[in-house]
Design a protein around this ligand. Structure first.
Ligand SMILES: [Zn+2]
Length: 325
């Protein structure tokens, strides 16, 4: 399939080569300077991997459990080391099956003086059952990729932002809670934390765009142009996928359109009005059935599936975007 996209790119190059010749610049005409590409600081995948491992060590981060409480304390402490300030938006959120989840959306603010802000988010809770695993549909699972990986990448980005502060923009890192308690047959039963957040925006300045990370750590992950991202934030999809091409990660960030996924970014876009995109491992090429990959919502979503190369690809691309804003 890669070949088809390559053909597409070649076609584009040919088109512009055959197009009308640009008139020569005259000396009195202002020359438009192209903004030079800035090299972003390096993303340390060992550090991101450690952050994933640490979350998993608490046990599944299922709301209303001790592991969830302990992980929240650790996340907050860790983010406080790097950010200018942190904030917890606590709420009791009712699930589709009538449970009240004590939820915490965890925030870290970088460069609070900037009104121009970019938001990065991921969910930090774990689904309470491995219902895609035919052998153990009601058992808990580690959630190393689903939940853990996105948070791991964001914690490493937080570390980088502390050591190399951004000059032009501020960054809000938001870790959403209670994303994954949903019922696959009921719309809006997932993403309870982000729905609450978007209806009760807690910040001073609204970010002008947002990138959500979900399942960004598995070996062989493929990130495609997800439907709601292109519907509500096409320009930012292009920005991120261009950054992937620039940093040499087009084999992870495919030029493939896939249907919309009801993930946290959907509610950020539709309820808060901040254009949001999702970087999520979802492709027709994932396993024999396609979709989110064979480990999704099964016992196999554990540290064995986490690949530092994937974490590195995602972290590098996001940093490249941030340091070129
Ligand atoms: Zn999930």
């Amino acid at each position: 399939m890669k070949k088809i996209y390559y053909t597409g790119l070649l076609g584009l190059a040919l088109l512009s080569a055959c197009g009308p010749k640009k008139p020569k610049e005259t000396p009195d005409k202002p020359v438009v300077q192209e903004v030079p590409h800035k090299q972003a600081p390096g993303f340390n995948a060992d550090s991101a991997y450690y952050f994933v491992e640490k979350q998993v060590s608490f046990g599944p981060r299922i709301p209303n459990t001790a592991a969830h409480d302990k992980c929240a304390d650790w996340l907050l402490k860790e983010l406080a080391r790097y950010a200018d300030s942190t904030y917890v938006q606590a709420a009791t959120l009712r699930t589709w099956d009538g449970k009240d989840l004590e939820s915490k959306n965890i925030h870290a603010y970088f460069g609070p003086q900037h009104a121009r802000r970019v938001m990065l988010s991921a969910h930090w809770d774990t689904r309470p059952f491995s219902d895609e695993d035919p052998a153990t549909p009601s058992k808990t699972f580690d959630g190393a990729d689903d939940g853990g990986s996105g948070v791991g990448v964001l914690l490493e980005i937080a570390r980088v932002l502390k050591s190399s502060p951004l000059q032009n923009i501020g960054v809000d890192i938001v870790l959403f809670d209670s994303e994954d308690w949903g019922n696959p047959t009921m719309n809006d039963s997932y993403c309870l934390g982000s729905q609450h957040w978007a209806r009760n925006f807690p910040g001073k300045y609204k970010p002008y765009f947002a990138i959500n990370l979900d399942m960004v750590g598995a070996a062989g992950a493929r990130f495609c142009r997800e439907g709601f991202s292109t519907q509500y934030a096409a320009a930012y999809v292009n920005k991120v996928w261009n950054a992937a091409a620039r940093t040499g990660y087009s084999s992870y960030f495919l030029m493939e359109d896939v249907p919309g996924v009801l993930d946290d970014h959907y509610y950020v876009s539709t309820l808060s009005g901040i254009p949001a995109i999702d970087i999520i491992n979802y492709s027709r090429f994932n396993g024999s059935q396609g979709g989110f990959g064979a480990h999704w919502h099964t016992q196999n979503d554990n540290m064995k599936i986490i690949d530092k190369n994937t974490l590195h690809a995602v972290g590098t691309v996001v940093l490249d975007v941030l340091y070129n804003e």
